[in-house]
Design a protein around this ligand. Structure first.
Ligand SMILES: *Cc1c(COP(=O)(O)O)cnc(C)c1O
Length: 450
């Protein structure tokens, strides 16, 4: 076994060792399959039924959406653009129906002229935009990670590896918005072909119109990566980048949009349509998981019916949770500006250890958050950043409101500030969670009772 233990693994070596031991102990491949199913069931029992899940980039999907993810249509091959001639494969008549419904539903929710549904991840959407709207050697301005930027728009993501030159968008670390004055001075010096504004840490609206005004001078394009804010935008609870001058918007379907994890592209300018759709296929997607497309279409119909109410409740809960935490001694970002206008609340936990340690302690209490860079961190602090990020997408869909946010803040404070044993707090987390067994803002259960 020496050869194995000496191998360089990027994944956690202990986890792989454990998996090997599990497989070695199985009598046959059938048992190996059962071991996989058992791990999935353990996750469902713990994360699905016993945790207060406060991860900002995940969302619970409705029973209908989940059922479609397992539908027969997901076993069918369909690549390329819809239509009898476009398709390579015969037999796609009903798949075309489903895909066209998905596109038209997306256009309705986002009030836009064009939409693409074939991105197996929002990350792929970013790659599509870079392919369609820029070339190797072009300057692209994007936000750095400590102020919320995402690797997909940085040197180590699709833009960087495709040879785009990444230059930082100037950011005001106190206001947590783009520093427009600095942008006005600096952007003309590098004349970016594309400005890509994508923020995984997102509390406040950004000056999209002002930035577009600046880059319009040399024909620069504005790309808003709304991975996180997508549902909020469609539900009218955040700025509307397309209306403010963005040329194209991408987003994750599995964050605030609360559909199946994947990506969405929306835009209005007919001039972009051919370039963008051809960057989707044949460049970045072939078979694009039609079960996922069907689930996305249903999630979009849900968003049309319930999105406005759901997204408003998410933001109200995030604000209530941030305020409650701040009042209890955890310094929250954006305190002078009402804490947040999104689904996120960001805590600066440097005085309580660091983000990793705090998140791990909370995990022992069945409260799930993530470590997060804060503006005071350096990019090198990636593994041990000073903050935590908290999101309210799931607890809101379970029907929790501001009263429950105060209860959650109290539990977090007991662990983080008062140093109480997480296992003691876990009892209370379990009790709260078990009082909210259903999901709302979906056709099965409608709006939450209250
Ligand atoms: C999450 C995120 C992405 C990637 O989205 P996936 O759907 O996970 O591929 C891209 N950009 C930003 C800003 C993000 O936060």
């Amino acid at each position: 076994m020496d050869t194995i233990s000496n191998r360089i693994e990027v994944h956690d070596r202990d986890a792989l060792d454990t998996a090997r031991a599990v497989l070695d102990a199985c009598a046959d491949a059938h048992q190996m399959g059962e071991a996989v199913k058992a791990a999935v069931a353990r996750n469902q029992a713990w994360r699905g039924e016993q945790c207060i899940n406060l991860l900002a980039p995940e969302a619970p999907t409705s029973p209908g959406v989940r059922a479609l993810l397992a539908a027969e249509i997901g076993t069918r091959a369909a690549e390329g653009h819809s239509g009898r001639v476009n398709r390579w494969f015969a037999g796609t008549r009903h798949i075309d129906e489903v895909e066209a419904l998905c596109v038209e539903l997306l256009k309705r929710y986002f009030r836009c002229s064009y939409a693409d549904h074939r991105l197996c991840a929002s990350m792929i959407g970013n790659a599509v935009v870079y392919t369609a709207l820029s070339e190797p050697g072009d300057v692209v301005m994007t936000a750095a990670q400590p102020v919320g930027g995402h690797s997909s728009n940085r040197a180590d993501g699709p833009a960087g590896v495709m040879g785009r030159k990444i230059v930082d968008i100037p950011f005001d670390p106190d206001e947590l918005v783009v520093d427009v004055d600095a942008f006005r001075r600096f952007a003309p010096l590098v004349r970016p072909k594309l400005v890509a504004l994508g923020l995984s840490m997102t509390l406040f609206p950004q000056p999209v119109a002002e930035m577009k005004q600046v880059i319009r001078e040399w024909g620069g394009r504005f790309y808003f990566d709304a991975a996180h804010q997508l549902g909020l935008i469609g539900g009218g609870q955040f700025q509307d980048p397309l209306r403010e001058g963005a040329d194209i918007v991408t987003g994750s379907a599995g964050k605030t949009f609360a559909g199946p994890q994947s990506g969405i592209l929306v835009w209005d300018d007919p001039e972009l349509t051919e370039r963008v759709t051809h960057a989707v296929f044949p460049v970045w997607a072939a078979t694009h998981q039609v079960n996922r497309v069907a689930a996305l279409a249903l999630a979009t119909a849900e968003a049309i019916a319930f999105g406005r109410d759901y997204m408003a409740a998410i933001v109200a809960n995030a604000r209530a949770l941030a305020r409650a935490l701040d009042e209890r001694g955890i310094p929250m970002l954006g305190a002078t500006k009402g804490f947040t206008t999104t689904h996120q609340a960001i805590g600066d936990v440097r005085r309580f250890g660091r983000g990793l340690e705090v998140a791990q302690k909370l995990e022992r209490a069945n409260i799930i958050v993530n470590k997060n860079l804060v503006p005071a961190d350096r990019p090198e602090d990636w593994d041990f950043p000073g903050g935590i990020r908290i999101g309210t997408i799931e607890v809101t869909r379970q029907g929790m409101g501001p009263g429950e946010m105060a209860a959650i803040a109290e539990m977090i404070t007991r662990v983080v500030v008062r140093g109480e044993e997480p296992e003691r707090v876990r009892k209370d987390a379990l009790a709260l969670r078990s009082g909210f067994p259903s999901l709302y803002y979906c056709f099965e259960n409608g709006l939450p009772p209250r």
